[in-house]
Design a protein around this ligand. Structure first.
Ligand SMILES: NC(=O)c1ccc[n+]([C@@H]2O[C@H](COP(=O)([O-])OP(=O)(O)OC[C@H]3O[C@@H](n4cnc5c(N)ncnc54)[C@H](OP(=O)(O)O)[C@@H]3O)[C@@H](O)[C@H]2O)c1
Length: 306
């Protein structure tokens, strides 16, 4: 008996988060997985259908949707380069708001839409933000991501907006914070971490798994924070990364973000309160476990490309 598969479309397929979500769904025979990106990537897996769409081209987005007819969409694509978003606000608006509107409005109420947002919708003055706290984005990346949230919710009643902060490897620009830190530490270079910038990031593998659980075990809509169980500074985060990968943490020193002249305003404390996530799923995303999972995944990845 042949199984009728659910069609799931994942944007940002070549990015740090999108890649992991695609991998996870593609090993489950219940799903027919479509990954969207602009790059014509070689795809070894017969279980993933890669589609080349520039999300800034609304006609191409519409054509793609009409051909694929997805029953679920996870919209991860974004431009996470803050400087670029600040300089090219029209492009950021097109990607974060207009493409979101097009994707969310496909078969509204029926197709499940998940929009990946960010903890930086908050101004970072308070921390421990709940889903009900007032947002106040400090830069255009964050503002356009917040406008994306609003358009997703108003275009499709079956939308879940996930506010989060993530870490991992394989980002589209090739240099996530963790990859940069490992590169520096492995060549014995010292690095600085901000002690006054706080967050509770999740490993992208943990986020992918909880998204799958949320999709399969209920129909949650609205806004949901997804963060780990530890509120830590960027300085502490880098020390933990060093420890996980067996580097000396003496190479890491603390600095204050006030000592750096920053061209773009960034929030200081964007820690997310995750009580609602626990109430809905019973899950606590352990920070230390995430680091170990990342190390294992990185080793598996290195082994697979040898
Ligand atoms: N990274 C973080 O620290 C962080 C923190 C909080 C929230 N988030 C959110 O998490 C999500 C995933 O971030 P990430 O770090 O995985 O991003 P990433 O590694 O930079 O990947 C970005 C993805 O977006 C795609 N993309 C960009 N412009 C596109 C366009 N015009 N058309 C089609 N695809 C386009 C890229 O694909 P191609 O370039 O191949 O086309 C790539 O797959 C984003 O929504 C982001 O806002 C990230």
């Amino acid at each position: 008996m042949s199984l009728i598969k659910k069609k799931i479309l994942i944007t940002g397929a070549s990015g740090m988060l999108g890649k992991r979500i695609i991998e996870l769904f593609s090993i489950d025979q219940k799903y027919e997985v479509y990954g969207v990106s602009r790059k014509n990537k070689n795809n070894d897996s017969p279980d993933i259908i890669m589609v080349n769409i520039d999300l800034m081209d609304m006609e191409a987005v519409e054509d793609g949707l009409n051909q694929i007819k997805p029953e679920m969409i996870i919209h991860c694509a974004a431009n996470v380069n803050l400087e670029d978003c600040q300089k090219n606000q029209n492009a950021a608006y097109k990607l974060h708001v207009e493409s979101t509107q097009k994707l969310a409005a496909y078969n509204p109420g029926s197709t499940k839409f998940i929009y990946i947002s960010t903890d930086s919708v908050f101004d970072g003055r308070k921390g421990n933000y709940t889903e009900e706290d007032k947002v106040n984005p400090l830069n255009y990346y964050a503002e356009s991501k917040y406008l994306g949230e609003k358009t997703a919710i108003s275009s499709n009643s079956n939308t879940l907006v996930i506010r989060t902060n993530i870490y991992g490897f394989g980002s589209s620009e090739g240099h996530s914070l963790v990859e940069w830190a490992i590169e520096q530490l492995s060549s014995n270079q010292s690095i600085k971490g901000f002690e006054d910038v706080l967050f509770n990031p999740v490993y992208v593998g943990q986020l992918a798994a909880i998204i799958k659980k949320l999709l399969e075990e209920g129909n949650i809509t609205g806004v949901l924070n997804i963060g780990s169980d530890q509120f830590i500074s960027k300085y502490q985060f880098l020390k933990k990364v060093a420890k996980t990968f067996d580097f000396s943490d003496e190479l890491i020193s603390s600095a204050s973000s006030d000592s750096m002249s920053m061209l773009i305003d960034r929030p200081k404390n964007t820690t997310l309160n995750v009580s609602k996530l626990f109430t809905l799923t019973g899950e606590v995303l352990a920070f230390e476990k995430g680091l170990l999972e990342m190390k294992q995944n990185m080793m598996d990845h290195l082994y697979s490309i040898r």
